[in-house]
Write a protein that binds this ligand. Structure first.
Ligand code: ATP
Ligand code: MG
Length: 466
């Protein structure tokens, strides 16, 4: 996007305003004007500008006061260049101290001014990038850790690496709480766009028109309430990645607009006529079965096919139970905050591994947090667990009137099952370190790997009696 530099000229001299407008537009600036500091302040607050050229002496609000307000109130506001008829050293120093980026004497020579404006614009872009980087570094230090121990998840991680090497849209499907957003972040981190802008929008959280203006922006006056022009997320994410969460909730009309961006790489603001080219990678997620939605006519086929080219299906947690002990160890560690993490007794762990986890990893994470807070001892025991997990058979029989499973299930475990639960417990205690777990179990690592692979193959069959 080679867009003009947006400049606001704040000066009480109408001739100078006209003169600057005329000459600076030749130098790639889009000029707006305000006759005094107060008016300038109003405009700057409601619209986006890259640079403000501000006269020093003006009625209502003078240049220094306007500068002071701008720097106090707004992070990421425009760069300010002070213009003055009678340059005095103290005011110049004062202006620079307040954060002005330059101080120029009238009369103005447009070519010279154009150079100063471009430098200011450059400085603004750098400080924007700098802020984005800082935010991302902070995020990375806290670091989203992605546990992927099960063969299923390791397969997903291999796919993540492959799709990260491309620039095409990716669809991430999976039940609620399976880690779709985490996977989206992992894709970005491994892609060439790592460290660039990454924005998320929940498509299910907006009504149609709002979503459209959120994604594509709007021009001033495009609809009631559009008092200022606003860039959309596709513009803001230019050069980076946009994560469209809950993409299955989009209306057919919005789906058509999304398809157009994906195919043409172009957007138009609501109420606007100009077509803007954007370079944005799109990642999308949904917990709906989009193929079924397509068949039911609720999701456009063409968009589905476009998104489906690269798609990842995250398995529910109950289909990758080997991840559970390690996830538990990971959450316990994270929740411990400088104290030694709480342990989970072998028996309790066995029950946790067997639970169906309809809310997937998020449910597990939430439960761990509750257990850390409410359990009394240093070890979480069976008695600390919620009934639904402690006595799944009873809960199921009472709640869903299914055929009751044997009440004495706990005593009727097969030898294999006991072994599996014990291995899960030891793995959790050794924080997923397999070499250590194997040592504790008195078997070699290869045997442990083989056993884990067998459990993985058994997949869902781990539930109930084997
Ligand atoms: N493999 C994983 N390793 C570590 N933490 C995970 C993993 N998967 C999910 N989580 C954690 O579980 C929670 C839910 O994950 P996330 O928000 O990515 O799920 P989601 O699929 O986007 O859910 P929803 O459909 O409800 O939006 C988050 O706190 C996330 O950090
Ligand atoms: Mg999510």
């Amino acid at each position: 996007m080679t867009e003009p530099i947006r400049v606001l000229v704040v000066d009480d001299d109408p001739e100078l305003r006209d003169f600057l407008r005329e000459h600076l537009e030749e130098h790639g600036c889009a000029i707006s004007t305000a006759p005094d500091g107060q008016a300038g302040w109003q405009i700057l607050r409601s619209q986006g500008f890259d640079v403000a050229l501000v006269d020093l002496v003006m009625p209502r609000l003078d240049g220094l006061d306007l500068l002071r307000r701008l720097k106090e109130e707004e992070e990421g506001g425009p760069e300010v260049i002070i213009l003055t008829g009678h340059a005095e050293l103290d005011t110049a120093v004062e202006a620079l101290k307040l954060g002005a980026c330059d101080y120029l004497r009238k009369p103005c020579h447009p070519p010279e001014l154009a150079v100063v404006i471009r430098k200011a614009w450059e400085r603004r872009r750098l400080s924007q990038e700098n802020r984005a980087l800082k935010r991302m570094v902070a995020q990375r230090l806290e670091g989203p850790v992605l546990i992927a121990e099960s063969p299923a998840m390791r397969g997903i991680m291999r796919d993540v690496k492959k799709v990260a090497a491309t620039d095409s849209p990716v669809l991430i499907q999976g039940e609620s709480g399976t880690g779709k957003e985490l996977i989206a972040r992992a894709i970005v981190q491994q892609s060439a766009r790592a460290g660039r802008v990454f924005l998320t929008v929940n498509c299910g959280a907006f009504q149609d028109e709002l979503l459209e203006s959120e994604l594509f922006g709007h021009e001033r006056g495009a609809f009631t309430g559009a008092v200022a022009q606003k860039p959309g997320l596709f513009e803001v994410a230019h050069g980076g990645t946009l994560f469209l969460d809950e993409v299955g909730e989009m209306s057919p009309a919005m789906q058509a607009k999304l398809l157009r961006v994906l195919e043409e790489g172009e957007i138009r603001r609501v109420g606007g006529t100009r077509v803007l080219r954007v370079d944005v990678r799109v990642l999308a997620a949904t917990n709906r079965d989009l193929e079924r939605e397509t068949i039911a006519g609720r999701f456009r086929k063409d968009l589905f096919y476009r998104l489906h080219v690269l798609s990842l299906a995250l398995p529910p947690l109950r289909e990758r139970r080997e991840d559970i002990p390690i996830l538990i160890a990971h959450f316990m560690e994270r929740l411990a905050r400088r104290r030694p993490p709480k342990q989970v007794s072998g028996e309790a762990l066995g029950l946790l591994v067997d639970h169906a986890w309809p809310g997937n990893v998020r449910e597990l994470e939430n439960l761990m947090e509750r257990l850390v807070v409410f359990s009394e001892g240093e070890v979480i025991e069976v008695a600390d667990l919620p009934v639904a997990i402690r006595a799944p058979g009873a809960a199921r029989a009472a709640g869903e009137a299914e055929s009751p499973s044997p009440r004495d299930e706990a005593e009727a475990l097969s030898l294999k099952e006991v072994e599996r639960r014990h291995i899960a417990a030891v793995l959790a205690r050794s924080r997923g370190n397999r070499a250590k777990a194997a040592r504790l179990l008195g078997i070699d690592v290869k045997t442990l790997y083989n056993k884990l692979r067998t459990y993985a193959r058994a997949g869902d069959g781990l539930e109930g009696s084997p």
